[in-house]
Design a protein around this ligand. Sequence first.
Ligand SMILES: NC(=O)c1ccc[n+]([C@@H]2O[C@H](COP(=O)([O-])OP(=O)(O)OC[C@H]3O[C@@H](n4cnc5c(N)ncnc54)[C@H](O)[C@@H]3O)[C@@H](O)[C@H]2O)c1
Length: 252
Amino acid sequence: MRDPQPPGSWDLTGKVALVTGAARGIGEATAKLLRQRGASVVASDLSAAVTDLEGDGLVTIVGDVSSEDMARRSVALALESFGRLDILVNNAGRTLNKPLLDTSLEDWQALFDVNVSGTFLHSREAVRAMLTSGGGTLVNLTSIVARVAMKETAAYAASKGAIAQLTKVIGVEYGDRGIRANALAPGVVETDILEGIVDDSRATLASYASAHPLGRVGQPQDIAEIAAFLASPASSFMTGALVMADGGYTAL
Ligand SMILES: NC(=O)c1ccc[n+]([C@@H]2O[C@H](COP(=O)([O-])OP(=O)(O)OC[C@H]3O[C@@H](n4cnc5c(N)ncnc54)[C@H](O)[C@@H]3O)[C@@H](O)[C@H]2O)c1
């Protein structure tokens, strides 16, 4: 069995990463941190704002993660620009806060297209490329709602549960070929995704904060740090895990 990544290092020099949904929030923080740690980065997003990240060792691509063509072109861009792909962070995602009875089939399918199909398509293309170069690591963004139930999250929670289970299967299926896959489950993180869920008042954020034993909501950097760890050789004995990064929310 190959071990392409000797354990013990957080350094990503020489690695190549693809981060989806990198225009803002957790994805932006992760793309920047991976670059800081030495990886060359392909950053993708539906929003053209992602191009603001371009610079030495960081290229961007604009498109919808739920498109098969976008998944292929994103992985191809990593190979063309940097010669290989070692790390995929499936971060792009959207949410929906509706009671079950208000959730239309269109709502459900639109959410699954982005969160589940996007993760599936990018994982498949990335694993294909990684197998040719001896292995790699996948970090798939899921959520605390993959483990615990919250009202009015039926479609979102189901999509995040699907991502968690897809990730486990990839870890089990390709572990003996040097590929690791872990699901990263944040608690509430202060990003623009909360617009439409919370009324943006400090009081609402404070009430979320009090639901986390650490007494605060997360910041994008908190999650980026765990993503960078899971992407690095320092986590070389971890695969198929559901890693909670939730300030203790699910420990209650
Ligand atoms: N913020 C939280 O509280 C929280 C909690 C748990 C999990 N997450 C997950 O973390 C990930 C990042 O969330 P965030 O909080 O940074 O959200 P965000 O809304 O700030 O950023 C999401 C990014 O994904 C991009 N995106 C959305 N749909 C896309 C598509 N179809 N194709 C390409 N890009 C698309 C957006 O343009 C945006 O740049 C998501 O998967 C989310 O479900 C977030």
